[in-house]
Design a protein around this ligand. Structure first.
Ligand SMILES: Nc1ncnc2c1ncn2[C@@H]1O[C@H](COP(=O)(O)OP(=O)(O)O)[C@@H](O)[C@H]1O
Ligand SMILES: [Mg+2]
Length: 325
């Protein structure tokens, strides 16, 4: 049985920043008037030490988890910079959240969890066993847990409201939600990120089984722009396996994603990353990400977010509004 936190923790007091919303793991703050970033369209994204499992927050945090998620994401944003634009602006954040926060461009997040899978496991395997498809993508007969897929596939999920589970959907459904052009861009970007990360991790003996991205539009770049937001290629969003232990049908032996004792940080569509001894680990993100992160936008118009094209805001309007006063 997993203990669940019964209420969201109180927001931090961060001089110059005002709390606007909380997800299961992260909190978002916007600049207060007078702050140097006031007038630019940025958010302070603070990663807590909370554990989210199956879309619930567990009662026991892991010390420094938020700092590790932040450092990993910063490193990967830089590695992927020629594949996809990202939201990180600066790691020069207030002392209260040092190491666990990023100043980011504020995006209008697409309401889609963009998942790429190169291997079959978790919810993908469950669907395959029933229908020989994953998110409507037909797959060959004879695949087992941890089988390598003929090629990486895009298996999106619709982002659920807080407290609900994300739901695997077909590509056609995504096209209905965000329009065919954006859907094609989400799929293309997600698969390009997956392939790049597969290569980088592979050079270090780590196999990236699948990963989940959150992409959004930067209003300053256009309503259909594609920018990588949130976190990327962390153990919360991805399954990492030890390449030397991988064998189809023996997924648990190869698993390297860390996990809380009760079992399951959030992975694409609530799959389980098993707790097995870590034999190798990803190289620690270098400080170069920190050093090279610079202000990309010193100013910017506050373009009003549009609610068209089926796109949701990063956070439900009522959440922003509730804390805006
Ligand atoms: N640059 C950004 N601009 C606006 N919203 C963002 C940005 N980056 C991440 N977000 C949103 O902030 C929230 C982060 O909280 P998190 O705890 O990770 O959410 P979740 O509970 O969905 O995992 C998510 O809703 C995510 O879409
Ligand atoms: Mg998230």
């Amino acid at each position: 049985m997993t203990a669940q936190a019964d209420s969201a923790p109180a927001p931090l007091t961060i001089p110059g920043w005002r709390f606007v919303a909380a997800g299961k793991v992260r909190e978002l703050y916007v600049p207060q008037e007078g702050h140097p970033t006031w007038g630019s369209d940025v958010v302070l994204v603070v990663a807590s030490d909370r554990i989210s499992a199956y879309d619930h927050v567990l009662a026991t945090p892991i010390p420094d988890k938020g700092a590790i998620l932040t450092a990993l994401s910063a490193w990967w944003f830089e590695q992927l910079a020629d594949v996809v634009d990202h939201h990180l602006v600066s790691l020069d954040v207030p002392a209260e959240v040092a190491g666990r926060a990023m100043i980011c461009r504020r995006l209008e997040m697409y309401p889609v969890e963009c998942v790429a899978r190169g291997y079959l496991t978790g919810s993908g395997l469950e669907e395959y066993r029933v229908s020989r498809t994953v998110c409507g993508v037909p797959l060959p007969e004879g695949l087992v847990d941890a089988s390598r897929l003929p090629e990486p596939i895009f298996t999106p999920a619709a982002k659920a409201a807080v407290g609900d589970h994300d739901e695997n959907v077909t590509y056609e459904r995504v096209a209905e939600m965000v329009g065919p052009d954006v859907a094609a861009a989400l799929r293309g970007t997600t698969l390009a990120v997956y392939r790049r990360a597969l290569e980088i991790a592979g050079e270090r003996g780590i196999l990236l089984a699948d990963t989940k991205l959150e992409l959004g539009a930067d209003p300053a770049l256009g309503a259909s722009s594609i920018v990588l937001g949130d976190e990327v290629l962390t153990p919360d969003s991805s399954r990492f396996w030890d390449s030397s232990l991988w064998a189809p049908g023996e997924r648990s032996r190869a698993s390297t994603s860390s996990s809380c004792a009760t079992g399951s940080p959030r992975t694409p569509r609530g799959g389980t990353a098993r707790a097995t001894p870590r034999r190798r680990s990803c190289r620690t993100p270098s400080s170069s990400a920190r050093a090279s992160a610079t202000w990309r936008r010193s100013s910017g118009s506050r373009a009003a977010p549009s609610a068209d094209q089926g796109r949701s805001r990063a956070l439900a309007a009522h959440e922003w509004g509730r804390h805006a006063a």
